[in-house]
Design a protein around this ligand. Structure first.
Ligand SMILES: [Zn+2]
Length: 121
């Protein structure tokens, strides 16, 4: 499943981050930027994340924070910037030429992991 593969890779990044600290630590939350055109349901990724996080040491209580960013395209003919819509085959609403570049919308980036060192007694 696509969404669980995404959730798994996010958890692996969290694990690496915890491991790189070199001391017992807990991840509180992880912020992820998600492009509109990634073709993954944020809710499904969150569901998969919550189901798998207990298997990753230090991540059992980690919250996933998803920020979705909308897509932005530039048309082929005149480089107009617009929001591409499947309903008109992603064509430019100003001059009706095809999509030239997708400027944003395919992101899947872990932007921040908030961790805290475990208390030692
Ligand atoms: Zn155009």
């Amino acid at each position: 499943m696509h969404e669980s593969a995404i959730a798994k890779s996010i958890l692996e990044i969290v694990s690496q981050r915890l491991h790189s600290i070199g001391a017992p630590a807990t991840a509180h939350n992880v912020s992820v930027v998600f492009g509109e055109f990634r073709n993954a349901e944020p809710e499904s990724v969150e569901f998969a994340f919550d189901n798998m996080k207990a298997f990753y040491p230090g991540a059992a209580n980690c919250q996933l924070v998803i920020n979705t960013i909308s897509a932005m395209a530039q048309c082929k003919r005149a480089q107009h910037k617009y929001h591409p819509e499947a309903s008109n085959a992603y064509r430019c609403p100003t001059c009706d030429s095809g999509i030239g570049n997708l400027l944003q919308g395919e992101e899947l980036d872990v932007v921040n992991v908030v961790v805290e060192l475990d208390q030692t007694e």
